[in-house]
Design a protein around this ligand. Structure first.
Ligand SMILES: [Zn+2]
Length: 293
């Protein structure tokens, strides 16, 4: 059920930077040559940091990040249910005996917070102030994270610190991202979904583009998505840019359709093949119309 990828970061780097690498850029597991049996899985990112990819309906990954410190483990984003969270905790236990002590709520949505009650009872949840009312804490202690752009809340894990940042409204009004300075990587939560048609039901698309730009300006070595696959460093930056370009295109297409004659058909370009496109296209148009964007 659970497997540790036998890939070191060096292996990932080599395989993804090689021209011979044929890894398809997609969020669909099958197109990457993976099956349900390959999940959940841990992707080592170096320095006792791991990405955890679990599959959820309709078949794409929900990613959590695990950072091991001498005083305990910090998780960035949880999973959708208590069972899925117990599987995450089982994965943590394969790499450290330290207890989970913190969970950063990057996204307040249920698929990232639905299993909170399965976390150790003394786990501290860190949530953007505007997201507090939307989470079920399961009785866990809750601390507020950064509220304003540029504000950073640091968590001391003993031998290392982890920074929590608010880069602006994006997928929701309360997205938080997590930076691991000693590895120069950023867990983006749902601010970045790798090759997933951007779900906009509760999004602020124009500000989302700006948030992605701020993340790129952090010049991280590696960006970890909240959904879709964890790619290598160079590709993760390219995919961040591709995701921002998708939002730009969707916004411009929505504007074009609003000004076009009735019956004009949307041209989503390559984004029509991204995961969730069918279900998310009408939602994006509705949201953009409501926001006047
Ligand atoms: Zn999600």
């Amino acid at each position: 059920m659970f497997r540790l990828l036998a890939l070191t970061l060096a292996t990932v780097l080599v395989s993804l930077s090689s021209p011979a690498d044929a890894q398809v850029r997609t969020a669909f597991p099958v197109e990457r040559g993976l099956s349900i049996a390959d999940f959940p899985r841990l992707v080592p990112l170096g320095g006792s940091v791991y990405a955890y990819e679990a599959l959820r309906a309709p078949g794409f990954t929900t990613v959590s990040m695990i950072v091991v410190g001498s005083d305990g483990v910090l998780i960035a984003d949880g999973q959708e249910s208590p069972d899925a969270t117990r599987a995450l905790l089982a994965a943590v236990a394969t790499v450290t005996e330290k207890p989970v002590r913190w969970m950063v709520v990057g996204s307040v949505h249920e698929d990232h917070t639905g299993g909170t009650e399965a976390l150790p009872a003394n786990t501290v949840l860190v949530v953007h102030p505007d997201g507090l009312s939307q989470i079920r804490s399961g009785g866990r202690k809750v601390e507020t994270g950064p509220r304003a752009i540029g504000e950073v809340k640091s968590i001391d894990l003993g031998d290392r610190a982890v920074d929590i940042l608010f880069l602006g409204r994006a997928h929701t009004a309360s997205d938080l991202v997590v930076r691991v300075p000693d590895q120069n990587l950023v867990f983006m939560s749902e601010v970045f979904m790798n090759r997933v048609f951007p779900p906009m039901r509760s999004a602020f698309p124009k500000e989302w583009e700006a948030s992605l730009q701020r993340a790129l300006e952090l010049k991280a070595h590696l960006y970890i998505p909240g959904h879709g696959f964890v790619d290598g460093p160079e590709r993760s930056r390219e995919e961040m840019q591709a995701f921002r370009a998708a939002i730009t295109h969707i916004r411009s297409e929505a504007r074009r359709l609003r000004n076009a004659s009735p019956g004009t058909v949307a041209d989503w370009g390559e984004y029509a093949s991204w995961m969730l496109a069918d279900s998310q296209e009408p939602i994006a148009l509705k949201r953009l119309a409501a926001l006047g964007e």
